[in-house]
Design a protein around this ligand. Structure first.
Ligand SMILES: [Zn+2]
Ligand SMILES: [Zn+2]
Length: 326
């Protein structure tokens, strides 16, 4: 079979490395302080063979490194600079789930910023002017690394849901992982931001088989990410537009693109250059606290998993404590 080529993009590259559900869940736990095999097994309810496989994968691609045991310390793993740099991505996933998930535990989770001491929502802003970023405020142009490249191979062959049963509860990555775990779904979402609304346009750009494209469009409509609107009566034709929920996934894409540009670009450079219309400068996205505006460092942010309403009532009034992860 001939290799399928698509326009190079850093989001697809990033997702090809870390976009499978288990890798994201493992990284999310690492941001929460998981270091050892048992931490992950307990935290995300993952089987030991899958965990071994994904830890090896994350070491191989440079996001984790092994830490040998010695003295009273047992062997484990730590985030490399490349792995730690995915933190803004995790924050943007968290923000989206908090806003849109129907899972009560995800909706009621909180993040506390140790620097200002406040409960907060992470927000993605332009590093130069500090204005929050919206899709309409960003302008694209081909970068020095623009090219056609082979489509990344599938990471998981089927759409399948990770259940968090048996785990300690959701962490930074909740159910929106499912929009990204499948490469076709990712490309259909990307199309919407690139202004491709019609079936034939999307199919032409990515060379997706019609049955697969129809399936993914239906999935995204069912999930409330896209809306189907008739644009022609006879024969009836539809176009697909982002809903407010769909638009709100933009900070996740920007955070992934930033990471892909930084760690996965070819020598030529970034495939796409972004400019912020607000200040007219090249866009560099930054995750900050919506309360104090400070740049978010994972060592200063505490995640409190959501609790059922009754338990939340009982816990009210207890002092806030920020756990510092060494
Ligand atoms: Zn700006
Ligand atoms: Zn703050």
């Amino acid at each position: 079979m001939r290799a399928r080529k698509i326009p190079a993009n850093s989001v697809a590259r990033a997702l090809a490395k870390v976009g499978d559900r288990w890798s994201l869940l493992i990284l999310g736990s690492a941001f929460q302080g998981a270091k050892r095999f048992d931490d992950w097994q307990r935290g995300i309810g993952i089987s030991s063979n899958i965990l071994t496989n994904r830890l090896n994968h994350l070491v191989r691609i440079g996001c984790l490194e092994r830490v040998p045991g010695g003295g009273s310390r047992s062997a484990g793993y730590r985030l490399t600079s490349m792995g730690a740099d995915l933190y803004p991505v995790a924050l943007m996933f968290w923000r989206f789930d908090r806003q849109w998930s129907t899972n009560r535990a995800l909706k009621s989770a909180t993040l506390t910023h140790g620097v200002c001491g406040c409960g907060m929502t992470p927000v993605l802003v332009c590093a130069r002017c500090r204005e929050p970023l919206h899709a309409r405020d960003v302008r694209y142009e081909p970068g020095p690394g623009a090219a056609l490249e082979r489509m990344p191979p599938p990471k998981v062959s089927r759409r399948s849901l990770v259940t968090l049963d048996g785990a300690q509860g959701p962490g930074l990555f909740g159910d929106s992982i499912d929009y990204f775990g499948d490469r076709w779904t990712q490309l259909v979402i990307a199309s919407a931001f690139l202004g491709l609304r019609r079936f034939s346009d999307i199919q032409e750009r990515w060379k997706i088989a019609p049955n697969i494209l129809a399936d993914r469009l239906k999935l995204l409509v069912d999930q409330g990410m896209l809306e189907r609107r008739a644009y022609q009566a006879n024969p009836e034709r539809f176009e697909y537009r982002l809903t407010p929920k769909g638009m709100d996934i933009y900070p996740i894409l920007l955070a992934l693109m930033r990471w892909g540009d930084r760690w996965l670009a070819t020598k030529a450079g970034a495939p796409l250059i972004l400019h912020h219309r607000g200040c007219g400068r090249r866009l560099d996205p930054l995750a900050v606290c919506d309360h104090c505006g400070g740049v978010l460092d994972r060592h200063d942010v505490e995640l409190r998993p959501g609790t059922p309403p009754a338990a939340a009532q009982a816990a009210r009034g207890t002092g806030r404590r920020v756990r510092r992860v060494p």
